[in-house]
Write a protein that binds this ligand. Structure first.
Ligand code: NIG
Ligand code: FE
Length: 419
């Protein structure tokens, strides 16, 4: 996304959360250091952050024609980075939600051909434009809630044509003002037509490795490859096959891991040097140590735990063990259709026991680092894109204290306010 913004001076914020420091993800308790400047201003030129400080007299060359954004009694912080979404889908699963609220089980619905497979049917049946329009409305709402960077996965196609359709829609969003990274998740579920035998299932995995991933890669449609390695989805050896093929094409890796049990996904993420292992509801000390040693970012999706009535990932243990932790929405049609990442960051505090500062680091800098773009977004630092939020409060902890209130007053992308 190339976009130049106007010149703006964000003047005199009560708190500027800079997250100043290196581009590597923050590990462990260092996540608490948000690099807060008090009564400070930020000068933006051509969409980039040029100067940050308390004394405007010290701006080299002065503020020039910069338009003033009055930030008195407000917090200025980086735009949120949602590093795990499935936001391009067609249709809805509101009926399934009601069934689950009445006691039906997510995994049982999936095993019976509903769940993910029901979204596959609607996404396969949608035209390019219908899929784009539905996804556009969703991503616009997400941005109004403060998210300025989006990772978007495919995975409701499970065939080449529909995986391409989803990823092309994601790329189109990326060209139309949204900052987007894409992930091919063709190994999200075994499609209906490949369920009849072990041979058909093996043929589907081969098709992902030998045709779907190479074609998508040739078209430049994906930045990452992800696999749902868990009970009821793909085994460790199937997931390893897909990730190995992706890696040999030069794609970076992410893994849906350990959502339903100690199913090997986290160990595989460490073995394969994935950028991120996501969900992580069930992790033992050995698995935590492997993720720490290999520097895999541990991404928690606490909205999904809440919606499915599952345990929360133990964020406290992960941070205390010295891992780099990120938090994301998982926005998808089934297990969690939450769009508001600023609310999910609060749930990460109440459910996963992160401190408010850790949760903010988890949805900004660490999420950006897990996407390999922490030199572009996620901090308020010189040279980064001016993707920033103005909060209607003078204390960032209100994002957790007053969770769910409309605290995000203005959203700026590359220095421009979103409409
Ligand atoms: O991350 N766990 C697998 N995939 C999604 C759920 C997708 C769906 O239910 O449609 C997730 O929760
Ligand atoms: Fe997911």
């Amino acid at each position: 996304m190339d976009k130049t913004g106007n010149n703006r001076l964000f003047q005199n914020a009560a708190q500027v959360l800079t997250l100043a420091g290196e581009a590597a993800p923050r590990r462990g308790l260092v996540m608490n250091d948000l690099g807060i400047l008090k009564d400070a201003s930020v000068l933006v030129r051509n969409g980039k952050i040029e100067w940050i400080g308390e004394d405007l007299a010290k701006v080299p060359g002065g503020i020039g024609d910069a338009e003033i954004v009055d930030c008195r009694s407000k917090v200025l912080m980086p735009g949120l980075v949602d590093s795990h979404t499935h936001l391009v889908w067609a249709g809805h699963r509101r009926d399934e939600l009601e069934l689950r609220l009445a006691g039906a089980d997510y995994e049982a619905i999936f095993a019976a051909g509903g769940g993910i497979l029901s979204s596959v049917r609607s996404t396969r049946g949608a035209s390019d434009d219908a899929l784009y329009e539905q996804s556009l409305r969703r991503i616009q709402r997400m941005r109004r809630c403060g998210t300025t960077t989006f990772e978007i996965k495919s995975g409701y196609g499970l065939d080449l044509e529909t995986e391409q359709k989803q990823l092309r829609v994601a790329r189109r969003l990326g060209k139309e003002g949204f900052r987007v990274k894409t992930t091919c998740l063709a190994a999200h579920a075994v499609p209906e037509e490949s369920k009849s035998s072990q041979a058909a299932r093996a043929a589907f995995i081969r098709d992902i490795c030998e045709r779907i991933l190479p074609t998508i890669n040739d078209e430049g449609l994906a930045d990452f490859c992800d696999v749902f390695c868990d009970r009821g989805a793909f085994t460790i050896s199937e997931a390893r096959e897909v990730l190995t093929a992706a890696s040999s094409l030069g794609l970076e890796l992410r893994v849906h891991a350990n959502e339903f049990g100690h199913t090997g996904g986290a160990v595989l993420a460490a073995e394969m040097g994935a950028r991120s292992a996501d969900h992580l509801l069930h992790l033992d000390a050995h698995e935590i140590e492997l993720l720490r040693e290999t520097g895999v970012v541990a991404t928690m999706l606490p909205g999904t735990s809440l919606v499915l009535g599952k345990p929360f990932a133990d964020g406290r243990a992960l941070v205390d063990a010295g891992l780099a932790v990120a938090v994301a929405s998982d926005c998808n049609p089934g297990s969690c259709a939450f769009e508001n990442l600023s609310m999910v960051l609060a749930i990460a505090c109440y459910g996963c026991k992160l401190s408010p500062a850790e949760a903010i680091c988890a949805v900004t800098h660490n999420a950006a680092a897990s996407l390999g773009i922490s030199d572009e977004v996620g901090r308020i630092a010189q040279g980064l894109s001016a993707d920033m939020l103005v909060l209607d409060t003078d204390d960032y902890r209100d994002l957790v204290y007053h969770a769910g209130s409309p605290l995000i007053e203005q959203v700026f992308v590359a220095g421009d306010p979103i409409s």
